[in-house]
Design a binder for this molecule. Structure first.
Ligand code: ADP
Ligand code: GLC
Length: 509
């Protein structure tokens, strides 16, 4: 099949979160499976200098934006795995400090910026050779692509992936003329939602197939609690909605080969993990007296349940743990965690900012990984930490529920008894214990790989952290569980197969 990916991020060139990781990995996996795959992103500031071998093409696009026309130039480079990468240059829209906004506020012209990008994707796709059959577009930034394809009667099939339903690209109706879509597109069947242009809703309604990034989240978003007002729309479109769990790029995220670590390790040789622990504590200038390290690498956003960490962390510190945080986002949270570090010298390490290298080091050096997200479409960091033997503590939701099994200690073995009657009693007791154990495994058990809790409130989260501390006290059992976690396999190949099924459905529609 011939597929063109379009998105606003692609790792390692443009990444603010998991979307970048996905677009940096999935295209190359599909390519390796024999498809012809290319990708297109905006040409952000600095990419001309950073992307090796990038070159301008002679393809200039004239894009109508309301009553004016803006020009875009197509650049070309190679994405990871030899995927052909196109970049749309538009100085006014994309030569900016960030992708989406500055000083904790979105750029005011984000509607124009990403309407332009989406139109440019469709226009560029017309000239590509071989011509794409499928445009696979991601999140609200490219949500209007299916509408543009339909309005122009172009022969592409469209697949729209929801990475995060909460960010919808909803702009006031007065922006509609900037789309240059016919008036009848501004209806409930099209891009309109309660008087606004809603790019997320447009993608859901108008794409041939819709996917989201875990099976559990595909169910959740059809409910009022998780639906972000779009639950009814998603219910109506459920016949074309599929949940496919993201994969992990083990070329980047495997402690056996990770270039960012001071020492490598794997399930057969855990020694390097101790070296990573030592190094990360040194980097944060923390004491090492053997206390468990709770780590966290995250956007500081409401979604991530930051307030729950704030609720339990002081108590945990009283119990003598170490806490490492790498994150950025909400200024109030940045401030709160920075002062936490000042209040607990030697015990808390906080690094406000974005650092790829440090994210690998914190993941490897910690014992447990905190992820109390209120909702989590998929989440990649819990899957990374599993591979690094850093057991995740997660709210039982979305992709967290689909990727982490709950650990419970093995049930104690019944005491052996001697004699005829007694041996009957023994076999009965054993059967009971087995039944109890089997029931535990369904809910949680010794084959667990992390700690799950629900509901998403302070007490259950605290309890899960306590269960983690208890496991930490038993080093033999801890290492057994670590090894189990490290052997979990979330490689992209399985997910890629499921995307192929969705592509075939789109082509057949
Ligand atoms: P989301 O996309 O919702 O932020 P994911 O778990 O899917 O959550 O992906 C987050 C990605 O961003 C991971 O690759 C994670 O390591 C990375 N990341 C998040 N915050 C930082 C940070 N401050 N520095 C470096 N990487 C970060
Ligand atoms: C979004 C979601 C995250 C997911 C990522 C990649 O950022 O918040 O859960 O892993 O997209 O799909």
């Amino acid at each position: 099949m011939n597929i063109l990916f379009a998105a606003s991020e692609l790792s390692p060139y443009a990444k603010s979160g998991g979307l970048g990781d996905v677009i940096g990995a999935l295209p190359s996996v599909l390519k390796a499976r024999g498809h012809s795959v290319s990708a297109v992103i905006p040409l952000y500031r600095g990419l001309r200098e950073r992307i090796p071998g990038i070159r301008a093409t002679d393809l200039f696009l004239q894009i109508p934006m309301g009553k004016t026309v803006k020009e875009g130039r197509v650049w070309e480079a190679e994405a990871p795995g030899g995927v052909r990468l196109f970049l749309i240059e538009q100085e006014e829209y994309f030569n900016r400090a960030n992708f989406y906004g500055e000083n904790n506020a979105d750029y005011e012209d984000n509607s124009a910026r990403f309407f332009f990008f989406s139109k440019a994707v469709v226009e560029a796709a017309r000239y590509l050779e071989p011509a794409p059959e499928i445009l696979h577009v991601h999140d609200w930034q490219t949500g209007l692509v299916p509408a543009f394809v339909q309005a122009r009667g172009l022969p592409f099939k469209t697949v729209f992936t929801i990475h995060n339903l909460a960010y919808q690209g909803s702009f006031w109706g007065l922006d509609f003329p900037l789309t240059n879509l016919p008036d009848d597109a501004f209806t409930a069947q099209g891009v309109e939602f309660y008087g606004y242009v809603n790019c997320m809703k447009a993608g859901i309604v108008m794409a041939d197939q819709v996917t989201t990034v875990s099976p559990r989240y595909a169910q959740e978003i059809q409910t009022e609690i998780y639906g972000c007002w779009l639950d009814r729309v998603l219910q109506e479109q459920s016949h074309k909605l599929t949940g496919i769990l993201n994969g992990v790029d083990y070329g980047q995220w495997d402690p056996k080969t990770d270039i960012h670590l001071p020492a490598n390790y794997g399930p057969a040789s855990l020694g390097g993990k101790a070296a990573c622990r030592k190094a990360v504590l040194e980097a944060f200038r923390l004491r090492d007296d053997g206390a468990p390290i709770f780590g966290c690498v995250t956007r500081l956003a409401h979604q991530k349940g930051i307030h729950l960490i704030q609720e339990v962390i002081e108590g945990l510190l009283w119990q003598d743990i170490r806490f490492l945080l790498l994150g950025s986002g909400d200024p109030a949270a940045e401030h709160w965690f920075s002062s936490l570090a000042l209040r607990h010298p030697g015990k808390v390490g906080v690094w406000i900012g974005f650092s790829e290298e440090l994210s690998h080091r914190v993941t490897a050096g910690s014992d447990f990984f905190l992820m109390p997200s209120l909702y989590e479409p998929c989440g990649l960091t819990q899957m990374y930490s599993l591979r690094y033997g850093t057991l995740p503590i997660v709210h039982e939701t979305g992709g967290l529920a689909d990727s982490v099994r709950d650990y419970r200690p093995p049930a104690p073995k019944p005491e052996a008894k001697k004699g005829g009657k007694a041996s009957k009693a023994k076999s009965k007791a054993k059967t009971k214990a087995e039944i109890a154990e089997a029931a535990q495994v369904a809910k949680g058990g010794p084959d667990g790989t992390g700690f799950r809790f629900m509901p998403c409130t302070g007490q259950p989260f605290w309890d899960a952290c306590q269960r983690a501390r208890s496991l930490y006290a038993d080093k033999v059992e801890l290492n057994r569980v670590r090894k189990l976690a490290m052997k979990e396999d979330f490689s992209w190949d399985e997910s890629a197969k499921q995307y192929e099924v969705v592509y075939r459905r789109a082509l057949a529609s």
